[in-house]
Design a protein around this ligand. Sequence first.
Ligand SMILES: NC(=O)c1ccc[n+]([C@@H]2O[C@H](COP(=O)([O-])OP(=O)(O)OC[C@H]3O[C@@H](n4cnc5c(N)ncnc54)[C@H](OP(=O)(O)O)[C@@H]3O)[C@@H](O)[C@H]2O)c1
Length: 198
Amino acid sequence: MTISIIGAGAIGSAIARQLARNGIAASIANSRGPQSLKALTDELGTHITAVTVQEAAQADLVFLAVNWPRVSTALKDLGPWNGRILVDANNAVQVPSYQPVDLGGLTSSEAVAQWAPGARVVKAFNHLMAAALSADPQVDGGRRVLFLSGPDADAKQTVGELITRLGYAPVDLGGTEQGRLVQFPGGPLTLLNLVKLG
Ligand SMILES: NC(=O)c1ccc[n+]([C@@H]2O[C@H](COP(=O)([O-])OP(=O)(O)OC[C@H]3O[C@@H](n4cnc5c(N)ncnc54)[C@H](OP(=O)(O)O)[C@@H]3O)[C@@H](O)[C@H]2O)c1
C-alpha cells in the first residue's frame, strides 16, 4: 500500500514524523513544490519523499491536512480516486479566527467527499493538537487514542490498522455522522487526549 500526505504544515508533518518513526514509507506534498520541503525530508530521513500534489494524489491512501479555506482548491482535479482512501485530518474552521465554517449541515468529511468524488473518506488524525499528534503515542504504559469514522468499513479497517502500526489505539466511532463528535470546534471528543490502557 502506498501512502502520501497532502499538506505539510503542523498536522501533515506530524503524520509524516510518525510514519518515519515507524519506518513506513510515504510521500508528502504542499502547495509550493517538493524543493520547499527539503528541510523536512532531510530531518525525517529516507522514508519520507517530497513530491508534487498530483503525484501524492496517486497513492493508495492519501492523508489530507490542509487549512480548510484551501481544501477544495487542493482537491481540484486530483481524481479519479477509484475507491482509494482519503483520510480527512481537517477541521472546518476559518484561519486564523478558528470560527466554524458554515457547511450547510454537512459534516466536514461529507464536504471533502463531494470535492473528491470516488474517494473512500475516513475522518481521523484531526482531534488532537499537532503537538500531541507529534508526540510518542506510547504513554503511561498505554497507547494514545485516535478516533476514526466514516461510511466504508474496509477503508476504516485499513486506516485502523495503520493507526495501530503507528503505535496508537484506534477507536472507531461509527459512520460519517459520528464524525461530528470530533468536529472542531464543539465536538465533545475534540482535543481529548486519551490513553487506552491494556
Ligand atoms: N494545527 C493543529 O493543531 C490542528 C489540529 C487538528 C486538525 N488540524 C487541521 O488540519 C489541517 C491542517 O492544519 P495545519 O495546522 O497543519 O495547517 P498549516 O500548518 O497551515 O499547513 C497547511 C498545509 O497545507 C498546504 N496547502 C495549502 N493549500 C494547498 C494546496 N492547494 N495544495 C497542497 N497543499 C496545500 C500548505 O502548503 P504551503 O505551505 O506550501 O501553502 C501547508 O503545508 C486543517 O484543516 C486544520 O484545521 C490542525
